[in-house]
Design a protein. Structure first.
Length: 127
């Protein structure tokens, strides 16, 4: 329970420096992020999780993820449709069919449907 706790892997900043401890991370949040952005949700979450890790022995992975989100707070995620494998759905569709003598119910069937829908190219609308 101290601000000197180290991250499992140092967090690399865009300028090449590395944050190794919780104290360095909080100092970076206070110094490098403009005051106008201190109220952003990603910055607030990072500060919360770093403080929780230091003062209440919280999970370091949450502090690390919060810091990474705060560092890359302006980056927009862009969907790349070329990354999807169009043949995947056809591989999983037979898994949805019931083999002879085996009854698929409950969670197993639901998860197979969710996986198949998440890998398909077509948007699915619940009706």
């Amino acid at each position: 329970m101290s601000w000197s706790r180290r991250f499992e892997e140092p967090i690399e900043l865009p300028d090449g420096r590395k944050l190794k401890t919780l104290a360095e991370a909080m100092a970076w949040l206070a110094k490098e992020i403009p005051k106008s952005e201190h109220k952003m949700e990603k910055v607030q979450n990072a500060a919360h999780f770093v403080t929780r890790a230091a003062e209440h022995n919280g999970p370091m992975i949450f502090a690390q993820m919060g810091m990474l989100q705060a560092i890359h707070r302006r980056r927009q995620r862009v969907f790349n449709p070329d990354r999807k494998d169009p043949g995947r759905l056809f591989v999983l569709v037979p898994a949805l069919t019931r083999p002879a003598g085996i009854k698929l119910t409950g969670r197993v069937l639901l998860w197979r449907i969710v996986i198949a829908l998440s890998l398909s190219h077509r948007p699915f609308v619940w009706r």
